[in-house]
Design a protein around this ligand. Sequence first.
Ligand SMILES: [Zn+2]
Length: 265
Amino acid sequence: MSIKTYQLIDTHAHLDEVEDLDKAIGEAREAGVIAIIAVGQDYESNPKTLDIAEKYKDIVHPALGLHPWSLGKMDASKIDLTLKQIEDNIERTVGIGEIGLDYDKRVIAAADKERQKEAFKAVLELARRYSKPVSVHARYSWKDSFDLVKESGVKRAVFHWYTGFSSVLREIINEGYFISATPAGEYHDEHKRAIRETSLENLMLETDCPVTYGREIKYQAYPADIVRSLKSVAHIKSLAFFVVAAKTTENALRFFGLAEQVKKI
Ligand SMILES: [Zn+2]
């Protein structure tokens, strides 16, 4: 059975940063991708993400975001403008993301924890008000990120590329939230552990493209590399590819409310 026969969903991709989109999307279709969630991250990338989703309507579904990495270059009025931009376009989206907290010291130097939390809370409040799912970036901020999502009352959250503590992971799962697996599941110990400790019920797949992956051999990811995410989850959990594909795709369709829109082949 060829890998093409699987139907996969890339639940977190930065398509506005991919250079040759026609090629990337063509290859994704070849690899069995039936939907891509394109995430935005700030005032500039959000409208690009909407345009891409409009152009590749049958396969790309947009989420608009406010990424902690972008806060350093934004003043308060720009943050407010971005929140307004997200709200004005909310009906066109399938979710809100990429949003979150990043406690890496270089990120904190540009936007301290309080500024990050304030922006995160504001955008979570939009997600709650409009009942949208969120795609959360949590780096070295796992507990705070989880607590803020839970306190916000948001019902659907995915902690993408999760590499944090097992204790917080248990809370994420108990709350009915998700994590998503990237191609780093092939080699990254903390991410592998998180995948091992999460049942398929709470797992989705993603690429976070165009991120660069790999240890010895490095490569830039495209949505077609979702197949690497699939295979690494299957290996870690000793499950057949088709079992992982079916369940993670079902989860993603439900999570993003896409069951009606996405035609299964
Ligand atoms: Zn991302």
